[in-house]
Design a protein around this ligand. Structure first.
Ligand code: URA
Ligand code: ZN
Length: 362
């Protein structure tokens, strides 16, 4: 009975080199005063001039880029297989003419890492979304040929206008045709103004705990409203963080649609696929929600056969030194144990069997 981690990130060495060469977000900075400690600055606003440069972002060590550390983490936490993905902000920031080549290089790097650990590692590929659509589609078709790839990780910006942009249709068509799952992951959060003038007093809590999940929820709802799943009925999307807040808000979303005069006048209320149908047919959810309360909403919305264990490694490491097992991981194990305390078989499905089946792992 395998345990499979489907939400676990890596910055392969070529990506780290790229980040080290930059001085604007996203970048890695090593202070001349502290040559042995580097910081990873990736989120919008993390290089706010009011934050001293030595306190910006988060410390970055080899757990972010050394695959041996990923395997050691898996061993410590009894994880048999991991489906690794490039962490945010992926290639979203690259100039159009550089993105295609960067995606090929990074996807080949990640494929090689998986091949070095046959049977333990699979991956979601990365798309050059700032490049022309044809370049993106070509990379999707190339990824299909790579033995360890099981879909693609994507942020919410799409080609720059979000995931309800009709210009994405050739990309959705290619992903649907090749049965490639989209792992939809947040990065941009909400506009800084909603966090208020004291935001810096609260560390990363508001953007990570609330900005991320709301970003995901809004992105998926825009896909739904624009009819993506009416046009691409077999397009499958794995939502990070148990769907953000989508399971909790699905009823409200449907109610707002049914009461919207504009949609009614345009004849867009009847005949569409509703959010409940999409949740049970096209959406998969990870179990990275740290509490059985949120997990139960995810189970109710999509079903225990569509939920998959994840860790978000290497993010959320313990702040204490010399802690072997990470709190963030034991919280997710605990939530599954609690939510399925009367159904061990379903717990095992979420821990690994679902991922084996859905992602065709061996
Ligand atoms: N913070 C990030 O920037 N990305 C993650 O995946 C998790 C936390
Ligand atoms: Zn993540």
């Amino acid at each position: 009975m395998p345990t499979v981690d489907i939400h676990t990130h890596i910055y392969p060495p070529t990506f780290v080199k790229l980040l080290r060469s930059r001085t604007t977000v996203p970048y890695i900075r090593t202070s001349p005063d502290e040559p042995h400690s580097s910081r990873l600055i990736i989120l919008p606003g993390e290089d706010d001039p009011s934050t001293p440069s030595t306190a910006r972002g988060r410390p970055i060590g080899p757990e972010y880029y050394d695959i041996a550390q990923k395997i050691a983490f898996m061993d410590t936490h009894r994880i048999d297989k991991s489906v690794i993905s490039l962490a945010n902000p992926w290639l979203d920031f690259l100039p159009s003419e550089e993105a295609g080549e960067a995606a090929r290089r990074i996807n080949d790097d990640v494929e090689r890492l998986c091949a070095q650990h046959e049977g333990r590692l699979y991956a979601f590929g990365t798309l050059p979304l700032s490049a022309p659509v044809e370049t993106v589609v070509t990379e999707i078709e190339r990824l299909v040929q790579l033995k360890h790839m099981r879909g693609v990780i994507m942020g919410t910006s799409g080609l720059g206008k979000g995931l309800d942009d009709p210009a994405l249709d050739p990309i959705y068509a290619a992903l649907e045709k090749h049965n490639q799952l989209i792992f939809l992951h947040p990065h941009y959060g909400l506009p800084a103004s909603v966090y208020g003038p004291r935001a810096n007093d609260y560390g990363h809590v508001l953007p990570l705990a609330l900005g991320f999940p709301l970003e995901t929820t809004i992105a998926v709802t825009r896909m739904l409203l624009s009819g993506v799943w009416d046009r691409f009925r077999k397009l499958n999307v794995l939502l990070a963080h148990s769907g953000g807040t989508l399971p909790f808000l699905a009823g409200r979303i449907e109610s707002c649609i049914k009461h919207d005069g504009h949609l009614k006048r345009e004849g867009r209320i009847e005949g569409r696929r509703d959010v409940w149908d999409v949740l049970r047919t096209n959406i998969y959810l990870d179990a990275v929600i740290y509490s059985d309360v949120g997990l139960k909403a995810a189970i109710d919305a999509s079903g225990p056969d569509r939920l998959m264990f994840g860790t978000d490694h290497p993010f959320f490491p313990p702040l204490e030194e010399d802690v072997k097992e990470w709190h963030s991981v034991t919280a997710n194990y605990g939530a599954i144990a609690q939510a399925f305390k009367d159904d061990q078989a379903a717990a095992q499905d979420v821990l690994g069997n679902n991922a084996m089946r859905i992602l065709n792992l061996r």
